[in-house]
Design a protein around this ligand. Structure first.
Ligand SMILES: Cc1cc2nc3c(=O)[nH]c(=O)nc-3n(C[C@H](O)[C@H](O)[C@H](O)COP(=O)(O)OP(=O)(O)OC[C@H]3O[C@@H](n4cnc5c(N)ncnc54)[C@H](O)[C@@H]3O)c2cc1C
Length: 434
């Protein structure tokens, strides 16, 4: 049985890792020149470590990725407690307060004691409760307003939801907030040498198990001929190549899976899947001599008049000595297809954010230098009522074609840990059902 896995991100590589324990003849096709997809990285000549194109960390209870890391013998993940905080207030009066621990919350001056007590009870409830089906019947906004109250919604949540989900902010199901709070741990982990190094160790382990990996190989279409799937690809030199498969596992987002496999998946399936909604992720990475945020790693932007979702001072989490002493900072957004930011180049985006960075961090005198600028489509699925009404099965109407992608980690928002678990789950599903 020859299996071709579409996509060489963490789901594809993990699926190959676990399937290759039982089967031979596995091939991975990846369009990027490197593996890793959304968790992939890049490296400047003077850096020792790779840096992710979009900020990444894991939680202490991310067991699937920690277990896989041990299995493949990757250098361990290192855990620490960097400061996470929120920006409150308005221009000329911004205030930054840590929001990570119950103690931070208790001392937060932005809320009344009554609101804090209400919010505290709700957090305990979400931490302890299983994922009730009624979490899918009510939105996060309605749930939080009702349980924590209007003050907490307005001060703590409203802007975070608007900045993460844009026009969909009020439609996100309460399963999302359940998963966020239920799973959250205080310590954050990072793989030694970066996530790209973890990806490369996993790919090496795949290869040692006999998996063939082709990068710079874009899948254009899939057809069935004489009972065998033909996968038409083109490489970065424009050369075409056809791969054959008895079985396909697509880890591509639904819109891409449906586009390339439209001839085999059938109209009904494609029509159903086409109503999913996603946002793009945009990350600008800059370097400065002095950190933009002096001590905070992660800053949620809760201030209404700052058009940024979060600022992540990576080198307050991972030592800047691994990046030639450069202080590296991500400025990040999720946007829909109509966003002006998508039309801008890195210089324009820097000009756009600079006044805001200066008003948040008045000590910032130098002009930051851009070291990376990345836009990723299908980066944030929208978990609304429609989302849960559409099937998310590994099985498709086409014989021996399986789909395992980021939408399937629901109710958990995407994550490297869930990508690893998903790869394992789809390979177990196939092993147990064939
Ligand atoms: C802004 C942002 C921040 C994040 N932060 C974190 C974090 O802090 N911690 C965490 O754990 N997770 C984080 N994640 C999530 C994590 O990166 C993803 O959940 C995970 O990497 C998804 O892996 P995947 O393999 O399912 O998908 P992908 O990584 O999207 O892999 C799909 C692969 O398919 C390839 N592909 C697409 N089209 C084609 C084609 N036509 N032909 C061939 N190949 C194709 C792509 O190049 C890609 O490599 C973040 C994601 C984003 C966007």
């Amino acid at each position: 049985m020859k299996t071709v896995i579409l996509g060489g991100g963490l789901t594809g590589l993990s699926a190959a890792q676990y399937l290759s324990k039982k089967e031979k003849g596995i091939v991975i096709l990846e369009k990027g020149d490197r593996l890793g997809g959304l968790a992939g990285g890049f490296k400047k000549p003077n850096w020792n470590w790779e840096l992710e194109r979009t900020y990444h960390h894991i939680f202490r209870n991310d067991e699937a990725i920690l277990q896989l890391s041990k299995e493949i013998g990757h250098n361990p993940f290192v855990f620490s407690n960097p400061i996470t905080a929120s920006l409150f207030g308005e221009r000329n009066n911004y205030r930054i307060f840590p929001v990570d621990s119950p103690k931070d919350f208790l001392f937060l001056p932005e809320l009344s004691l009554f609101s804090k007590i209400r919010a505290g009870f709700t957090v305990v409830f979400l931490k302890l409760s299983p994922h009730f089906t009624w979490y899918e019947k009510v939105t996060s906004a309605a749930f939080l307003k009702k349980t924590m109250g209007g003050e907490v919604w307005g001060v703590l949540w409203e802007q975070l939801f608007k900045k993460k989900f844009g026009k969909y902010a009020e439609h996100i199901l309460s399963s999302f907030i359940w998963a966020r709070i239920h799973k959250r741990t205080q310590g954050l982990g990072y793989p030694t040498r970066g996530f790209q190094s973890f990806v490369d160790t996993l790919a090496q382990s795949n290869r040692e198990a006999g998996v063939s990996i082709f990068t710079s190989t874009t899948i254009n279409s899939v057809q069935k001929k004489d009972g065998v799937y033909e996968i038409k690809t083109v490489n970065n030199k424009g050369e075409s190549k056809i791969f054959t498969a008895d079985r396909i596992i697509s880890t591509l987002p639904y819109p891409i899976s449906c586009a390339v496999m439209k001839d085999v998946l059938g109209e009904e399936y494609i029509k159903e899947q086409s109503s999913r909604k996603y946002l793009f992720a945009i990350n600008l990475i800059v370097k400065t001599k002095q950190p933009i945020l002096p001590s905070v790693y992660w800053l949620n932007i809760g201030a209404k008049d700052v058009p940024i979702m979060c600022i992540v001072q990576h080198t307050n989490f991972v030592d800047s000595k691994e990046y030639g002493g450069e202080k590296l900072c991500y400025i990040a957004w999720y946007v829909d297809e109509n966003s002006e930011l998508l039309q801008m180049d890195e210089k324009q985006v820097l000009q756009f954010v600079l006044p805001h960075l200066r008003s948040i961090s008045p000590h910032l005198q130098e002009i930051p230098e851009v070291v990376g600028f990345f836009k990723a489509p299908y980066a944030q699925p929208i978990f609304d009522t429609e989302f849960v009404s559409i099937s998310r099965s590994f099985m498709t109407p086409a014989h021996n074609i399986y789909v395992a992608n980021m939408d399937m980690t629901y109710p958990y928002d995407r994550g490297t840990n869930y990508a690893v678990q998903l790869g394992k789950d789809v390979s177990n599903f196939i092993i147990n059902n064939t």
